[in-house]
Design a protein around this ligand. Structure first.
Ligand SMILES: Nc1ncnc2c1ncn2[C@@H]1O[C@H](COP(=O)(O)OP(=O)(O)OP(=O)(O)O)[C@@H](O)[C@H]1O
Ligand SMILES: [Mg+2]
Length: 369
């Protein structure tokens, strides 16, 4: 998959912008604050219809009331035109000029893997951030996952409301509640299994990626549901979940919320078997997250038949020169990448041979080579 052209209208600090990317490595160079991240963010919006930086209204240029991001995408010779438009009240997505009302029908038109400085929160931040990451990745490669999580979230909301009813009214209909719990278990199993399989696949790859870009220490991801499963086999999981919900019925009713399930999942990074949050250096943490993101590439390709576009924001800070070069060598030219940095002086010329370099100067972008 490749993004051939990007057009921005009133997006952040760009009044109007058109960029044509190369199908391999693209490097955006520019000083702090000129709008490098904004370009990657625009591609993220085109891919997911929203930005990880949150608050969508900030995407519209100051003093304007609409913005548009347009992109020409090529997948196996097929060209598709995507468009995301925001106004203060609504958001519109189009494929080849036709409005797509349901987000589920739009997502996966452009698959991206984004690495940004904020990603350090994947290690340092709350479990919620790690769950959002899994949701975002799995939704891009599996429409079924998106559907199951939406249904799970609806059931969870209803079950929580019902727990509150049962707390205040002891005569509430417990049999209806039990049906809700069974339905929730059905969806929970599917989500657990998909996340478990995804992390298994990442673990098959991540160690060798980490070796290539950083060091010989071992790196693994440990999936940590808040329910202890002896196996991820459907019937065993069903049995375990039924027991957990039965045992904790009073507790959940007192809290008025569902305390167990994939909405409470977490995972950790283990560096040589130890939690990287507690033992890792800043550079190691950054490299671990980058290794995680790079490990997603073959999984995306296996599931969707095409490689995603790699968006790497400010990857070189806190990474030494030797490792910067290792990263670029690893990324190579078999995938389209768009990379931002404040300078490329320390990068080996041979690695830049096939790269297209753009200079970003406040609100404009110029192709250098
Ligand atoms: N809604 C907006 N309208 C106009 N300009 C905006 C808007 N939101 C952000 N900006 C401007 O965008 C600029 C920041 O852009 P960006 O974050 O892309 O910089 P950068 O090149 O990535 O910098 P750094 O190297 O520090 O990461 C700031 O000058 C900011 O004022
Ligand atoms: Mg930036």
């Amino acid at each position: 998959m490749e993004i051939k052209q990007l057009n921005l209208i009133q997006f952040r600090n760009y009044k109007r912008l058109e960029i044509k990317f190369s199908k391999t490595m693209n490097i955006l160079i520019g000083e702090n604050g000129v709008g490098k991240t904004n370009i990657l963010e625009a591609i993220e919006v085109l891919s997911l219809t929203k930005s990880h930086r949150g608050n969508d209204n900030n995407l519209i240029q100051y003093n304007e009331d609409t913005m548009k991001v347009k992109g020409t995408i090529s997948v196996e010779q097929i060209i598709r035109k995507l468009e995301v438009e925001y106004s203060e009240k609504c958001k519109k997505t189009k494929i080849n000029g036709t409005t797509i009302p349901r987000i589920g029908d739009y997502i996966a038109s452009l698959n991206t893997i984004v690495f940004s400085p904020d990603d350090i929160e994947i290690i340092k931040g709350s479990p919620n951030i790690r769950r959002s990451l899994l949701n975002m990745e799995l939704s891009q490669i599996s429409k079924a996952y998106l559907i199951h999580t939406n249904q799970y979230n609806k059931l969870l909301k209803t079950r929580n409301e019902y727990l509150k009813i049962l707390y205040t009214n002891h005569l509430g209909d417990k049999s209806y509640f039990d049906i809700l719990t069974e339905k929730l278990i059905d969806k929970a199993i599917l989500i657990y299994q998909m996340r478990h399989n995804y992390i298994l696949k990442i673990n098959e790859i991540i160690e060798s990626v980490f070796k290539d870009i950083h060091s010989h220490l071992s790196l693994q991801i440990k999936y940590e549901p808040n329910v202890e499963f002896s196996s991820f086999e459907e019937e065993k999981m069903r049995e375990t979940l039924r027991k957990v919900y039965q045992k904790n019925y009073q507790k959940e009713r007192n809290y008025g919320m569902t305390l167990f399930g994939p909405h409470r999942d977490d995972f950790t990074f283990l560096l040589d078997g130890k939690d990287i949050k507690l033992v890792g250096s800043e550079g190691q943490k950054k490299a671990a997250i980058l290794a995680y993101k790079l490990s997603c590439i073959p999984i995306f390709e296996e599931q969707t038949g095409t490689k995603p576009v790699l968006l790497l924001d400010d990857i070189f800070s806190e990474i030494d020169e030797k490792r910067q070069n290792k990263i670029l060598k690893y990324i190579g030219k078999d995938i389209q990448s768009i990379i931002t940095t404040t300078d490329v002086k320390r990068i080996r010329k041979s690695l830049l041979k096939d790269a297209t370099i753009f200079k970003v100067i406040s609100g404009t972008v110029e192709r250098m080579i």
